[in-house]
Ligand binder design. Structure first.
Ligand code: 13P
Ligand code: SF4
Length: 424
């Protein structure tokens, strides 16, 4: 519902709605814990206007044939990237597939292509725009493909948290943001001595941060932060949860001062669907079945699991397992189904009995993909994701620090098959 402070403007591609989460006009703002008047919490939500109705009249085969023809016609000018959670109908057209880290690396290499069509979500397209050359246009086929986790951290909230920590902690605090965050959050981290991480190198980045400061604020995913820090030997009692919806994050100065890791209260709505009870059920029904989960799952789930690691780690773990292996996997359903189809000699199922689907990723379908390609063929760029120059300048610092700390192979965040790493 529109609030009194709402402002709207068309961005040429779709509608960009600016709204004030507090419901206050932006110039009224709110007082932060230090009594400073803030601008009010603003965030952007991108809306995808309907594409021409001709696309819904095409059969699936006609759409597929047209996409292939457009790809051929655009040749080397076009690169299509696809995240592993993407539906098969779309991923079949990707020139490169990967998890967030791999796709960031591929995005950073793009100097030849004119267009990157990103079949992922908004923060991934932003990263590709930041890392690729200015001459490359990054396109998201459906503007409503956002990420609920990324939406849980807003720049102004982070500024408030920073002010609180600066005020209350007599220590150097390093901000680390998961790449699943807005470009403005990455820019803040880059500009304040921090960095980005992905689930593939969260441990390396936490180690990097703790070499430079006594404390880390880790956002937006509390679970990735907690699971990674715990695996490094940092106790749960050394971590606190900062809730951006509460004054001072709901923390006393003492709690903030004593903590080593300050976890942002954010989570993934897909990986949040996996539970410790599901792990227990698997154990009881089939002792041979290994539980393999993504570290965006809760700490309780990760503790019950045999293995936890990034999307790329999950793919490698299953791919290198012996025939006849049994797996219950806690990650997005399209990837689980694809692994099951790719490895018929293994028994692969989802850890949850329900469909754990990333609904925003699922917004990217073949008709929207064809539409953006048709527009390119007609000389028009639609749905371009462009990060402004100043944000880019700071965000690239955070992303490059992340890319400089990548292991040659994806590593487990937790493995029951290896000794727990020694305390630092
Ligand atoms: P990775 O791609 O880093 O494994 O993260 C999973 C995810 O949730 C992407 O949005
Ligand atoms: Fe965001 Fe979770 Fe979807 Fe990844 S799986 S894009 S973190 S909502």
């Amino acid at each position: 519902m529109r609030e009194s402070g709402d402002r709207h403007r068309a961005n040429g591609n779709g509608w960009r709605q600016w709204y004030n989460r507090t419901g206050l006009p932006a110039d009224v703002g709110r007082l932060n814990r230090c009594g400073r008047r803030t601008r009010g919490v603003e965030r952007t939500v991108l809306f995808q206007p309907p594409i021409p109705t001709t696309y819904s009249g095409l059969s699936d085969d006609e759409v597929a044939t047209a996409i292939v023809a457009r790809k051929q016609a655009l040749g080397g000018r076009l690169v299509i990237l696809g995240h592993h959670y993407q539906q098969d109908e779309v991923i079949q057209f990707a020139d490169f597939t990967g998890d967030s880290l791999k796709l960031s690396q591929i995005g950073a290499r793009q100097r030849e292509a004119e267009f990157i069509v990103f079949c992922g979500v908004h923060f991934m397209a932003e990263s590709a725009d930041i890392l690729s050359g200015d001459e490359v246009s990054v396109i998201l086929p459906d503007l409503s493909a956002g990420c609920s986790m990324a939406d849980m951290a807003e720049l102004e909230q982070l500024e408030d948290a920073w002010e609180f920590l600066e005020h209350e902690c007599q220590a150097t605090v390093i901000p680390i943001t998961y790449v699943n965050s807005a470009a403005s959050i990455k820019a803040f981290c880059g500009g304040h001595g921090g960095a980005c991480c992905t689930s593939s190198n969260a441990r390396a980045m936490l180690e990097w941060a703790l070499d430079r400061g006594e404390k880390v604020i880790f956002l937006p995913d509390q679970h990735l932060g907690r699971n990674t820090a715990y695996a490094m030997g940092i106790g749960l009692d050394e971590m606190v949860l900062y809730d951006p919806a509460l004054a001072s994050g709901g923390l006393s100065p003492q709690q903030a001062g004593d903590a080593k890791i300050i976890l942002w209260k954010g989570h993934c709505s897909v990986h949040g669907l996996f539970t410790a009870a599901q792990c227990d059920e698997i154990r009881e029904s089939d002792a041979d079945c290994k539980v393999l989960v993504h570290p965006e799952c809760s700490w309780e789930v990760v503790q019950k699991a045999d293995l936890a690691g990034s999307t790329e780690f999950i793919i490698q773990a299953v791919g290198s397992a012996a025939p006849g292996s049994k797996w219950a996997i806690g990650t997005e359903i399209h990837l689980v189904n694809r692994l099951a189809a790719r490895h018929p000699q293994q028994s692969i199922r989802s850890l949850a009995g329900i469909q754990c689907l990333c609904t925003t990723m699922y917004r990217i379908d073949t008709r929207h993909l064809l539409w953006v390609l048709d527009e390119l063929a007609a000389g028009r760029i639609v749905n371009r994701i462009q990060v402004d120059g100043e944000t880019k300048r700071q965000a690239v610092i955070a992303l490059e620090r992340m890319l400089a700390n990548v292991a040659p192979h994806p590593v487990a965040i937790k493995s029951r098959f290896a000794p727990r790493p020694l305390e630092r």
